[in-house]
Design a protein around this ligand. Structure first.
Ligand SMILES: O=P(O)(O)OC[C@H]1O[C@](O)(COP(=O)(O)O)[C@@H](O)[C@@H]1O
Ligand SMILES: [Mg+2]
Ligand SMILES: [Mg+2]
Length: 349
């Protein structure tokens, strides 16, 4: 019995069998009559970078079997590490959109300043391959991005100028999202008016809308953290996690799920609720995850879905970055769960 289920499209889009990502983005653009279509073109290039990365991820394990090792062509490329390939893919595709002036990548020490003739008014920060320790075991990995409007893109000359202009708090994000290369490939994004999830239809080669207007449950039943680090946690984090495992009489303990790919752990948290944590600890006083292309874009999506993201004491979206690769402690997920964590931090201070 196969019943064809239609997904209700966002208001204003006709009910058809599939709303592709491209159509969705164009629809968003039409809501802003003054728009010149720059963001649309930029997102098209991000979408393409995700599709190319997805295709490399799918082929990575078999490249050698097909004799694709060696040589300086595409086959040679497949030998490279996926994080190098995805970084190149993101840089090349995004630069060719001619809509950005600055790119910040986890894989590049300095911001990339785009040549004047190829420039646009946006800046983008990305983690081209997130969860890289999971690549060889074929566990879900992803890509994360955040897009900012630059105040004075034309006059950027040095990498210092570039860093200064793109180091904006997450509240100023224009659009953010992630691609997840799992059993299926998803692209989840927000322009600041809700969160929408798309799934790559391999036969069409198109992302189609499968999860319109994602809302995270107010409270969840799952916590996600690398408990191997617990001996180095602050007392407040230790006590909070303990409270989830040993709740008061009559309440059920939370379940633990931890994949070790932020994209996958955050995706599950967004859909099922609960809390994802990467706290600061004695070894990493600022945590592990990066603000501009991990913490802030995911915090933006969480808040847009009705959840919350915090360092424990501050909303992640309010942090003014002071360096492009700075780290931040991360607690994000269901609104009430993150509030609980914050009250443990508050009472410890
Ligand atoms: O192995 P750990 O310490 O638990 O860290 C896992 C975290 O590190 C990361 O893999 C870091 O991202 P990269 O793979 O992009 O460096 C996150 O995806 C994940 O949440
Ligand atoms: Mg990462
Ligand atoms: Mg990475």
């Amino acid at each position: 019995m196969s019943q064809h289920t239609k997904v209700a499209p966002p208001t204003g889009l006709e009910e058809t069998d599939s709303v592709t990502l491209t159509r969705f983005v164009l629809h968003e653009q039409r809501k802003h009559p003054e728009s010149q279509g720059d963001l649309t073109l930029l997102l098209t290039s991000v979408q393409l970078a995700c599709k190319v990365t997805d295709s490399c991820v799918r082929k990575a394990g078999i490249a050698k079997l097909y004799g694709l090792a060696g040589g300086g062509n595409v086959s040679g490329d497949l030998q490279q590490k996926l994080d190098v390939i995805s970084n190149e893919t993101f840089k090349v595709n995004i630069e060719s959109s001619q809509k950005v002036a600055v790119m910040v990548s986890e894989e590049e020490e300095l911001p990339i300043v785009v040549e004047k003739h190829n420039r646009g008014k946006y800046g983008i920060a990305f983690d081209p391959l997130d969860g890289s320790s999971n690549i060889d075991s074929n566990v879900t990995i992803g890509s994360i991005f955040s897009i900012f409007h630059l105040p004075d893109a034309e006059n950027i000359q040095t990498t210092e100028d570039a860093a200064r202009q793109i180091m904006q708090p997450g509240r100023k994000i224009v659009a953010a999202g992630y691609a997840m290369y799992g059993s299926a490939t998803n692209l989840v994004l927000s322009f600041g008016n809700g969160v929408h999830g798309f799934t790559l239809d391999p036969s069409l080669g198109e992302f189609v809308l499968t999860h319109p207007n994602i809302r995270i449950p107010r409270r969840g039943k799952i916590y996600s953290v690398n408990e191997g680090n617990c001996k180095n946690w602050d007392k407040s984090v230790t006590q909070y996690i303990h409270s989830l495992k040993f709740p008061s009489e009559g309440k059920s303990p939370y379940s633990l799920r931890y994949i070790g790919s932020m994209v996958a752990d955050v995706h599950r948290t967004l859909l099922y609720g609960g809390i994802f944590c990467y706290p600061a600890d004695k070894k990493n006083p600022n945590g592990k995850l990066r603000l501009l292309y991990e913490g802030a874009p995911m915090a933006f999506l969480m808040e847009q879905a009705g959840g919350k993201a915090s360092t424990g004491t501050e909303n992640i979206l309010d942090i003014q970055p002071h360096s492009i690769h700075q780290r931040t402690p991360v607690f994000m997920g269901s609104y009430e769960d993150v509030c609980d964590l914050e009250s443990f931090c508050k009472s410890a201070s």
